[in-house]
Write a protein that binds this ligand. Structure first.
Ligand code: ADP
Ligand code: MG
Length: 420
């Protein structure tokens, strides 16, 4: 059981300065934010704080500047987009540290906010350096973490500060924990997991951890190739992890022992090259040509997977089912997105997690259709692997509800009597 974490709704924030860690690690192109979904996802917590008369010091990382100031990793484009979304100007400091930043924070009034410059311009952030954490903690009286996507990293702004201030989950963090814990602890059955993506190596731990709860796995993407080889097929020039064939074989065996259905493609789209415009055709999995690559599910597999998901009351989807970046090889992924959107519309709980799978859903404009779209790529996978994420572990536990009894129970009386 994951312990429930105290959320910003449990915190006393009126008139306080709140240090809010957000995940604004968004794609930037030509000085503009290309995808603002992570910025949008932080707005409910920001609004909540402002409405409750707090002032906010926002902080985030962007990219991998590795402890140096990198002009292209400045947060100005993010602040501009946030300002537009909030309908008010959100200033960004020139540096996360320094006198200017201190002064600006000192001048913040309730209902106002600012954004610190990219935390990763300081190597101390990723090193979880105690003095850097202390400098950040001094900016606020309460710490709120809404950066689920960074919760698997023990950095100064995720773990260091949380130990120095009263630390609460933001509304997004709370939603992520609730949705993903539900999958692990009490999913409505039948529970199906659609797992795709490039490599089986990154997904083994998730599949193993879900094995005892999931009723049906539908496997696709590049990782299906390793399973096909484990089942005795050849996959031509396809992406294959030879050193993972044994792991795949072990998972197939484990599925048998658990009585879990593990579905593999029966037909696939193969291409001469994994590029746009390349010659391609659909073949049965026992007829994959030597010099061709598997790039997508075939139509027969798509139909079989959709049928298997038809009765599911809970679905988790991670990983595209083909090389969807090439539109011709994206049919399997797009069909799955549409099918799962329909399932969600029919009342199933459908959760999507993973950077590329989420991108595929967004491309189709289907984000609203799903029960939950996780904003964490690596973080959601680690969560579903059953790992404790350091950024979550460090947040305060929700206080247990106070029980009042009319009379002390006998058991309690016995314990009290036995106490020295
Ligand atoms: P996510 O980010 O959703 O967790 P991954 O990062 O594991 O997903 O995998 C995404 C990548 O998998 C995509 O870039 C996609 O092109 C690739 N992929 C999917 N199917 C195949 C395939 N058959 N061969 C090679 N790569 C594939
Ligand atoms: Mg990815």
């Amino acid at each position: 059981m994951t312990m429930a974490k105290a959320s910003v709704r449990d915190a006393d924030i009126a008139g306080k300065r709140v240090l809010l860690r957000v995940d604004y690690n968004v794609p930037i192109e030509d000085g503009k934010v290309k995808d603002d979904s992570r910025i949008r996802a932080s707005i409910p917590t920001i609004r909540y704080l402002l409405e409750h008369n707090a002032s906010i010091v926002l902080m985030s990382h962007l990219g991998r500047p590795n402890g140096k100031v990198v002009e292209s990793a400045r947060l100005r484009p993010v602040a501009e987009r946030l300002s537009r979304l909030m309908g008010r100007s959100v200033p960004v400091t020139g540096d996360a540290l320094g006198i200017g930043t201190n002064d600006a924070i000192g001048r913040l009034k309730p209902g106002q906010m600012l954004l610190l410059e990219n935390l990763r311009f300081h190597a101390a952030e990723e090193a979880n350096d105690p003095s850097f954490a202390q400098a950040l903690a001094a900016y606020g009286e309460v710490y709120v973490d809404d950066a689920f996507g960074a919760a698997h990293r023990a950095h100064a702004s995720t773990v260091g500060v949380a130990a120095l201030l009263p630390a609460y989950a933001g509304l997004l963090m709370e939603r992520e924990i609730r949705s993903l814990s539900k999958l692990l602890e009490s999913p409505a059955h039948p529970f199906a997991a659609v797992i795709g993506g490039a490599k089986v190596s990154g997904k083994i731990a998730v599949i193993e951890n879900l094995m005892s709860t999931v009723d049906t796995f539908c496997i696709g993407g590049g990782m299906a190739n390793t399973f096909l080889v484990a089942s005795g097929y050849t996959v031509g020039k396809s992406l294959l992890e030879k050193d993972r064939v044994d792991d795949a074989r072990r998972i197939l065996q484990s599925a048998k022992e658990h009585g879990t259905d593990l579905l593999l493609p029966t037909d696939v789209v193969v291409a001469k090259e994994v590029t746009r415009g390349a010659e391609h055709k659909t073949v049965n999995v026992n007829k994959i040509p030597n010099s061709w690559s598997v790039v997508d599910l075939g139509p027969q597999t798509r139909v079989a997977y959709e049928a298997a998901l038809e009765s599911a009351r809970t679905v988790f989807w991670n990983g595209p089912l083909g090389v969807f970046e090439v539109p011709t090889f994206g049919d399997g992924t797009r069909a799955m997105a549409r099918h799962l959107a329909r399932r969600a519309g029919a009342g199933a709980t459908v959760v999507v997690g993973g950077g590329d799978s989420v991108a595929a859903v967004e491309e189709l404009g289907l984000t609203q259709a799903f029960s939950h779209i996780s904003t964490g790529g690596g973080a959601s996978l680690e969560f579903l692997e059953g790992q404790e994420l350091p950024g979550i572990a460090v947040l305060q536990d929700r206080p247990a509800p106070v029980r009042t009894r009319k009379q002390p129970s006998r058991a309690a009386g016995k314990r009290a009597a036995a106490a020295p």
